[in-house]
Write a protein that binds this ligand. Structure first.
Ligand code: SF4
Length: 304
């Protein structure tokens, strides 16, 4: 039998993402209960098509040879990955109360934050409790972009909180990154496509995305990251202007207004589909390659 030799860096990545390394298992360790996925949080309860049968790819290296999964929507805090938009509750879009302030493309951080907090340019302003502007280093090398706030994000005004946020933090830590205060080489910037929560976690409407995107575009211009990591089908499709399923967009380096963009699953989706962590691990490795090729290391050596 061949033994797989993991590098310390690979082991750190896998451990942080909760991917078990292969080792002989006693029969009782392989019972269905032992491999049951993590149950969804109530806030992740957007309709989700059950994951299709997976190849037994507990070994991430084997996953690279496995067929790409069908399009499944990684579930941002407010999201599952439905097979069709109709899978989400039909909540009608409300009318906006106002318009987006002019001059967004020339705003600095303070003006941009104020513009978002007072924005009434789409109907989501009616039901939000807080806008979720974004967090992180204003000159970060890595910029992470998700879909939209979920329930907890709406309450706390911060992106990626709860268990999904914890998994994201672990993934970041494994490659020497953090969302906590740190130098620009190590601290990421995190934002969403939409700054306000869609009610009942419904799919964002195209008009809402169109109204909100100038804020994200300006954030990207201000941060000027070396890489964007787009997390989840909706964020990916919004940023790339594509309807391709996420499985077909992964594994390539795309561009968003001149910034290299790598596609991966949303951490909340990975909590419920842990076998896909191996693919997310591949995506992180690709993102690392892009950063290293650009000569902008994360500032930490995961091999240490
Ligand atoms: S989602 Fe964006 S465009 Fe809509 S109200 Fe919130 S900040 Fe404004």
């Amino acid at each position: 039998m061949t033994t797989v030799a993991w590098t310390p860096r690979e082991m750190a990545l896998l451990q942080a993402m909760g991917i078990p390394l292969w080792a002989p298992q006693p029969p009782e360790a392989l019972t269905p209960a032992a491999v049951a996925p993590v149950p969804a949080r109530p806030s992740d309860a957007r309709s989700e098509t059950p994951a299709p049968p997976e190849a037994p790819d507990a070994l991430p290296r084997a996953a690279s040879a496995a067929p790409q999964p069908a399009a499944r929507r990684p579930d941002p805090p407010n999201a599952a990955e439905p097979a069709t938009p109709a899978a989400r509750p039909p909540v009608a879009a409300a009318e906006p109360l106002g318009t987006r302030p002019g001059g967004v493309k020339h705003m600095g951080w303070e003006a941009l934050r104020d513009a978002v907090s007072g924005c009434q340019a789409c109907g989501l302003c009616r039901s939000r409790r807080h806008t979720v502007f974004g967090v992180g280093h204003p000159q970060a090398r890595w910029m992470l972009v998700g879909e939209a706030p979920g329930e907890q994000e709406d309450l706390q005004g911060e992106p990626f909180v709860g268990k999904a946020g914890q998994l994201l933090d672990n993934m970041l830590r494994s490659v020497g990154l953090t969302r906590a205060d740190a130098p620009a080489e190590q601290q990421v910037y995190i934002a969403n496509v939409l700054k306000c929560r869609p009610p009942a976690n419904r799919n964002p409407e195209p008009a809402e995305v169109a109204q909100c995107e100038p804020y994200l575009k300006r954030q990207v211009e201000l941060v000027a990251p070396k890489l964007i990591l787009a997390m989840g089908r909706f964020a990916v499709q919004s940023l790339l202007g594509s309807q391709e399923p996420i499985g077909r967009l992964r594994g390539k380096v795309h561009q968003y207004h001149g910034v290299p963009l790598v596609v991966t699953y949303h951490p909340a989706y990975l909590l419920r589909n842990p076998l896909d962590k191996s693919r997310a691990w591949e995506d992180l490795c690709l993102a690392l390659e892009v950063i290293e090729t650009a000569g902008a290391g994360t500032g930490a050596d995961p091999d240490r």
